[in-house]
Design a protein around this ligand. Structure first.
Ligand SMILES: *Cc1c(COP(=O)(O)O)cnc(C)c1O
Length: 400
């Protein structure tokens, strides 16, 4: 990186992942790499495999891959399905579309329930499609819990109910890459068979780790699944994991960071982590409303607490606006993805983030709107601050 012009202070990485990595995690990673077959590693591995379960709210195994989230998508499919299997997927946005594309490349046959990229997955449509499938050819239902391209969540409990009411045996697979450790998620309670997650969003780590949390039913499907698998094979992983080890060289230093992240989540308490994300999302929406701009998600029950996608006024370029914010204020905002390119910008408010980081983020957006000449009302940041102050006052009262 060039040092020709130094930028003072921390960069504001307000894309919805990777998120700002806290100093504690950076320090944890900055330690010597150890022998991954030695005794110290086994202790670390055992601690991690146990410590991940409360984060996923699962009792079965959590498999850890040195891979981005896309790898864990592939792992979920190749470990449980066979060539030509039908899978039911919901078009919630760009990430759901990418997962479908991956399924097709693997030789699966996705049914893609259409969506408008402004709502979560439609549980009724899923129920209807499963109801038509009397021969039970659909082997899995795949849903993105938090669609990072739109800022809409999907109601996973409702999807579970739809599958149960249809009396359908399909597996339920859920992508929680941008919701785990930010938005309440319950692998066991919601009867999820494979939960897919990644390190670089709510878990506050750098990119490079991804996860499959696996149910008994998924393990049963694994035994007879016919898609070719080698690197992603759960059997080899689970066997080595029993004693805290991996069948290949793990991402040792990222695992140091993961242990630290689990400690941090435990110290804060998951419920408080979720409440913090809810508060920052609400404050952000109040700012967007006061600016006179539109939140992309149209269903208030399904607003994302980890990011907010904001529609640009007609004729305004979101990418030009983001570039102005980056140049002037050293802040990265998320771009519009797929068919939303240049139409929306996304404010990430997940991970290691507090009220003042949000106030700074929103101030940067508001100043950027003025600099870019985007039509808007002033006062969004103030509206968010008023709300945050109210919430802080209520919290002080509670503890008094
Ligand atoms: C980020 C993200 C992905 C992609 O993960 P990579 O780590 O980029 O492979 C998939 N799904 C969702 C919902 C995401 O937010």
């Amino acid at each position: 990186m060039s040092n020709m012009s130094r930028t003072a202070g921390r960069h504001f990485l307000q894309i919805p992942g990777p998120t700002n990595v806290p100093d504690r995690i950076l320090r944890a990673i900055d330690r010597p790499t150890i022998d991954h077959r030695g005794p110290d590693f086994g202790a670390l591995g055992r601690r991690l495999f146990a410590g991940l379960k409360p984060v996923f709210k699962c009792s079965g195994p959590v498999i850890v891959y040195p891979a981005s989230g896309t790898g864990a998508w592939e792992a979920a499919l190749v470990n449980t399905l066979s060539p030509g299997d039908r899978v039911l997927m919901s078009e919630t946005g760009h990430f759901a579309t990418l997962w479908r594309g991956l399924a097709e490349k693997l030789g699966l046959k996705p049914d893609f329930l259409p969506g408008d990229w402004r709502h979560g997955a439609d549980a009724e449509a899923i129920a209807a499609r499963l109801g038509e499938d009397k021969a039970h050819e659909i082997r899995a239902v795949c849903v993105v819990h938090n669609e990072t391209s739109t800022g809409c969540t999907s109601d996973i409990a409702a999807v579970r109910k739809a599958i149960d009411e249809a009396g359908h045996p399909a597996l339920l697979m859920v992508d929680t890459i941008s919701s785990l450790a930010s938005i309440d998620y319950r692998h066991d309670e919601w009867g999820v068979d494979v939960t897919v997650a990644g390190s670089q969003k709510g878990l506050m780590l750098p990119p490079g780790l991804s996860f499959n949390a696996v149910s008994e039913k998924a393990l049963d499907a694994h035994r007879t699944a016919g898609l070719p698998r080698a690197y992603w094979d759960w059997t080899a992983m689970l066997k080595a994991n029993e004693t805290g080890y991996f069948p290949h060289t793990p991402a040792t230093n990222l695992l140091y960071g993961l242990a630290e992240a689990i400690d941090m989540l435990q110290e804060e308490g998951l419920d408080r982590v979720f409440a913090r994300h809810d508060r920052h999302a609400e404050a952000t929406r109040r700012a967007v409303g006061a600016w006179g701009l539109e939140v992309l998600c149209l269903d208030p029950d399904r607003y994302s607490s980890s990011l907010t996608a904001v529609l640009m006024p007609e004729g305004e370029s979101a990418d030009r606006f983001r570039r102005i914010v980056l140049d002037a204020f050293d802040m990265s905002l998320g771009s519009g993805l797929g068919k939303l390119a240049d139409r929306v910008f996304r404010i990430g408010h997940l991970g290691d983030f507090n009220d003042l980081s949000l106030a700074g983020t929103l101030a940067g957006v508001e100043m950027g709107l003025a600099l870019a000449g985007v039509p808007h009302e002033k006062g969004g940041t103030q509206a968010a601050m008023d709300y945050l102050a109210e919430e802080a006052r209520a919290a002080v009262k509670e503890t008094a």
